[in-house]
Write a protein that binds this ligand. Structure first.
Ligand SMILES: O=P(O)(O)OC[C@H](O)CO
Length: 419
């Protein structure tokens, strides 16, 4: 009999995309009933936009990979989404939300305790550094910077010694330097538990510590210590690090596969830096990456296939393999234990930094994540305002105030549309 086809739109390029296709091929070969067909749709924003447009045209895939900040929008799209807990129940599949790491499950669970999307690739930003360039600059290659004062001092040494052209760069001004920066310093980015408490939440980014940090980044950019890597994910960040131009980069733990494969030097990993005069810092970082959302409008048979594939994807072996290959977090407790038993963290120093960082302290209301509607658009506003700061058009405080003002308008529109 012909296999039932299950379509999956995803945003994994490069090494990650190849690995994803390998996982799918293994699944397809492991049984005769279903065939999963993966399609790369570009960046996270492009993939999400494509899926929404396809849904309107009734051409949506069964599964779409959506980044963490799309969660608020997906949760509100009630008629379009088939909640994963419901799908697993309807398909009679084994599904235990307690099997997942709390930091991961909590992000994708509604107020009634139901998990709405399937965890797949959760990450957190970490600091990668070039050990060879550290040695050249007279720094200890086994000691990553801890604080932002270290970041500045190390970067000066690196640039002044000629070890590299720039000290550091960073992917995602929004995710790494604003959202995670806030959680790491135990600061909210909005009211109502960062939006977890309901649609009435407001952004509260304009404050002294964030203004200090954004202002420092602008100052360090002028001094040549820091290099801006562009809007969105900051596409220039990893290439600037891999080529040796910048000695450090802050990016997703899921960048590990690509960085290790493409850097011709020893890569060290450290936790995110913090301002050591801030009480409560470092707190814990928050997750990023993406989950798998199931879209309505397909046959029962296809959904059975989705459930079967999800069960396969979350199995300890498949999850541990994906985690160990990519650097994404081990989504389930079993995948984490298996990786420990296999000696993965001993054999790969630095591979456990992401897990340690995300579990450094019990999350507070300020550090369990964020959930705002229209947040994909709000991230673009963060980029625009940060660029206005770099261009000298606004002070850091003015730029952050504009983020709040413009962002809150979008939040009010979202609230109105989803009442
Ligand atoms: O690079 P990723 O997949 O870890 O994702 C980073 C951000 O969380 C995207 O919102």
């Amino acid at each position: 009999a012909a296999k039932t086809q299950v379509t999956w739109w995803h945003a994994m390029g490069g090494e990650l995309g190849q690995k994803l296709e390998e996982i799918v091929a293994d699944y397809n070969a492991s049984q005769d009933e279903y065939e999963v067909i993966p399609t790369y749709k570009g960046t996270y924003t492009e993939t999400m936009t494509a899926a929404i447009a396809a849904f309107r045209a009734k051409q949506q895939p069964d599964i779409v990979q959506v980044f963490e900040v799309g969660t608020g929008t997906m949760m509100a799209a009630k008629g379009a989404v088939y909640p994963v807990y419901q799908l697993m129940k309807d398909a009679g599949a084994d599904f235990d939300p307690d099997a997942y790491l709390p930091a991961v499950a909590g992000y994708y669970t509604d107020t009634d305790g139901n998990m709405l999307s399937m965890p797949f690739n959760s990450s957190t930003p970490v600091l990668y550094y070039n050990k060879d360039e550290f040695a050249k600059a007279g720094l200890d290659p086994n000691t990553p910077p801890k604080t932002w004062a270290d970041m500045e001092a190390f970067s000066k040494k690196i640039v002044e010694s000629g070890a590299a052209e720039c000290g550091f760069t960073s992917a995602w001004i929004s995710w790494a330097q604003t959202e995670n920066f806030s959680a790491w310093h135990n600061l909210p980015i909005g009211t109502m538990e960062n939006g977890f408490g309901g649609l009435g939440a407001e952004l509260t980014l304009a404050d002294d510590l964030r203004a200090r940090h954004w202002g420092n980044l602008a100052k360090w950019q002028k001094e040549g210590l820091y290099r801006y890597a562009g809007p969105g994910g900051g596409d220039d960040a990893n290439p600037a690090f891999q080529s040796g131009t910048c000695a450090m980069v802050m990016n997703s733990s899921g960048s590990r596969a690509g960085l290790m494969a493409n850097s011709k030097f020893d890569v060290g990993v450290g936790m995110l830096p913090y301002y050591d005069d801030v009480e409560g810092a470092p707190q814990n970082s928050i997750i990023g990456g993406a989950t798998l959302w199931v879209l309505q409008g397909h046959s029962k048979e296809e959904y059975k296939g989705v459930a079967d594939f999800f069960t396969y994807l979350s199995s300890p072996e498949v999850q541990a393999d994906w985690h160990q290959f990519s650097g994404y977090l081990p989504i389930t407790k079993a995948a984490y234990s298996l990786s420990q038993e296999q000696g993965y963290y001993e054999q790969n120093p630095g591979a456990d930094v992401a897990i340690k960082q995300i579990t450094l302290n019990i999350p507070t209301e300020n550090s369990k994540g964020l959930r705002f509607g229209n947040y994909v658009q709000i991230r673009s506003i963060i980029d625009e305002e940060f660029e206005a700061l770099l261009g000298g058009k606004k002070t850091a405080m003015e730029a952050l105030q504009s983020v709040d003002e413009r962002g809150n308008k979008l939040l009010r529109e979202f609230e109105k549309a989803n009442q």
